[in-house]
Ligand binder design. Sequence first.
Ligand code: HEM
Length: 457
Amino acid sequence: MSEATHTNDASGARDPPRLDGWPLVGNTVAFARDPFAFYDRLDSTGDAVCYSIAGDEFCTVFEPEYVQRILVEENERYVKAQAFRQAAAGFAEQGLLLTEGEVWRDQRVRIQPAFTPDRIQQYADAMVEYAERTAEDLASEAGAAENIVDVGEAMSELTLRILAKSLLDVDVADRRAVVREATEALNDRGDAGGASAFVPDWVPTPKNRRFRRAMTAFEQLVDDLVDDRRDAAGEHDDLLALLLHAEGPDGTTMSEDAVRDQMVTFLFAGHETTSLALTYAWHLLGRNPDAAARLRTELDDVLGDRRATMADLPDLDYTDRVVTEALRLYPPAYVIFREPTEDVRLGPYRVREGTNVTLPVFKIHRDERFYDDPDAFRPERWTDEFRAELPEYAYFPFGGGPRHCIGMRFARTELKLVLATLARELAFEPTYDGDPDLTMAATLRPDQPMEMRVEPR
Ligand code: HEM
């Protein structure tokens, strides 16, 4: 790499290539009509490409080295992008996903103890226990004449229960509809295809009204959970306890609004993402019977008739690769947004202050420069040698740098334990043809119910 590439000085650098667009509307129409085709076009234009959407300046980067620079090496020169903040407006603005600077740092330090390896060890029991219950429910449904299950729904229910039990010590089975409606409304409003993400949230469109209503109900649910906790006798040792009692550097505890926003953040960020990852993993295993067979052989060899525990994870190597490969092909957090707070340099390019810089995880994960046969599901590819040679940030489903996913270890543990527990008992066979069409919403979601035939093993 040349000396010039490493300098932080943006002067003397050139603008990245630019997509032509119509005056005033820029590339808004092309993006809204088919965002996937739009990203393909960007990708074939250059390794960093600028364009305009709804009057705002965007730049998408396809080079892992630039990703590393943005998320890690020069993270202090970036904040979450305005486009991201706008799409999330009205959603947990004081929560960890959206705060910046000292406020963010203080929150991250307070919350981090809820995600240490020891803590995750404690959560592992809830993960396996709820997964076993789901396996029983699905097996009894599978025994009935109609054995087709909406796997997306089943995983959503399971991951929400695990999350709420682990982090808040509550069983939310009967209150799932509220969380679900808020998730749907946020996704609906954030749907990139509809370009509604670019309409400010105070504009009373039907989508924004639905979102407000759903958020109000969601916040009420969270307030009730907090009230229950304040009233409850007995010590708790979980995320909610930390939020209520942990003191910051100034010796104060978090405000009521901040506690609520954190809860909303965690119930959203930790639920939909893991549920999608599991759903895609079942889809991929259903489409690749050899991989499914290999997974089961590993589970039989390592576990025999025992239930999986956290201590088994180091031996569940193939299970780990299945999870890694599923997150490569279908990263639920499919684009990461940043905005430079000053002009910055990326390789030969200058990117101007205030540009919405997007890091398309889903494109880089299928780049044939890094992955042979990039669309194929091949858990075997994740050998130690392959990992060692892969450029850092050619794979980043959990982001990177100081703002990487705080729930990463939690999520990877959960994904492996749930897969191991269910795959021992059941097989899932998609009832639809091919791969699902996807929607770019707040997460990368299938456009259809993921209905699969459930067969007991
Ligand atoms: C497969 C599951 C998951 C995926 C793919 C995922 C992905 C991500 C990514 C890419 C980011 C970085 C966003 C950015 O830099 O702008 C992030 C941040 C975050 N994630 Fe996750 N996540 C997952 C599960 C979880 C879980 C289980 C939790 C909580 C229990 C969680 C809580 C959060 C929070 C609070 C942040 C913001 C962290 C910060 O800014 O300090 N996530 N996640």
